[in-house]
Design a protein around this ligand. Structure first.
Ligand SMILES: [Zn+2]
Length: 184
């Protein structure tokens, strides 16, 4: 299926976090040991996440994490974070053409950073917008391309948003980051 058959969906549509936190379900089973398993194709984005965390003095650890690609998921769910008690945080990424194969590097990074926001930074979705209409956060529920270049050669002056990356990553680690000038 080609993207051009769906010209309306120029923004990656993502998922909802599955915060499967089962309070009151303490069993006698031992927590699973820490594990780190990330596809080679995703590892560069993990390195980037660690570098961005370090720049901002964030103490987040990436040592206990499982990321897998899954095909055949619902088309508009590009990623999900599962937080189950006693188990490593787990992220599944949809390997389809819309979510991954035809996504640009910024959209891929945005998707992974969004899921890491749920799974490692324990952030929830936020739907607020700035006065200019842009989402205030990468942790919005339906657009991980908030700092991506154009996917299509149409889209007006706000099509290429790569210069917004620093703000969105600041906000990911520090939700109190003030509104940037471009958002007014
Ligand atoms: Zn989400």
């Amino acid at each position: 299926m080609s993207l051009r058959q769906h010209p309306v969906r120029i923004r990656p549509v993502i998922h909802s976090v599955l915060l499967a936190i089962l309070f009151g379900c303490h069993s006698s089973s031992q927590p699973e040991p820490s594990q780190y398993s990330v596809p080679a194709e995703v590892e560069p984005f993990m390195q980037s996440f660690r570098a961005e965390a370090l720049k901002r003095n964030s103490p987040v650890s990436t040592e206990n994490l499982i990321i897998t690609f899954q095909s055949g998921q619902q088309e508009d769910i590009c990623g999900q974070c599962y937080l189950d008690p006693g188990k490593p945080p787990r992220i599944t990424l949809n390997n389809n053409s819309f979510c991954w194969q035809q996504a640009n590097q910024q959209e891929r990074e945005g998707l992974i950073f969004h899921e890491l926001g749920h799974c490692l930074l324990k952030r929830l979705h936020k739907t607020d917008h700035f006065p200019n209409g842009a989402y205030v956060t990468l942790m919005n529920p339906d657009n991980v391309g908030v700092y991506a270049p154009c996917r299509y050669p149409v889209g007006g002056e706000e099509c290429d948003k790569r210069d917004r990356r620093a703000y969105y990553i600041d906000e990911l680690f520090t939700p109190t980051t003030p509104m940037p000038d471009w958002a007014k």
